[in-house]
Design a protein around this ligand. Structure first.
Ligand code: SF4
Length: 95
């Protein structure tokens, strides 16, 4: 990564709320496409906890992959199990 790119990444990381930096770091490591989508969606939604499902742009190519929407892996979860997953994910951003 060039010096300019490194500085740009550091600046972007510095200006986001601290709770999102681990997700951003995972995304920027190149090891998690899922974290990259989540980091992008959180940024797009203004870094606001609790607004993960507020996206109103179904034409966005990331829309099917945005955080906290039912995927084929979670469609059959009970409401209680889904709430636990959401709470666990929210806690991970509060540490
Ligand atoms: S899916 Fe929605 S929140 Fe995510 S990047 Fe696209 S427009 Fe933004």
């Amino acid at each position: 990564m060039s010096h300019h790119a490194t500085e740009t990444v550091a600046l972007r990381r510095q200006t986001m709320p601290a709770r999102f930096r681990a997700t951003y770091d995972a995304a920027m490591s190149g090891r998690s496409r899922k974290k990259a989508v989540h980091a992008h969606c959180y940024e797009c939604l203004g870094w606001e906890i609790g607004h993960e499902t507020d996206c109103t742009s179904p034409a966005c190519p990331l829309y099917p992959y945005r955080p906290f929407v039912a995927s084929p892996l979670t469609q059959n979860l009970s409401d209680e199990a889904r709430a636990k997953r959401a709470a666990r994910a929210t806690r991970s951003f509060q540490t």
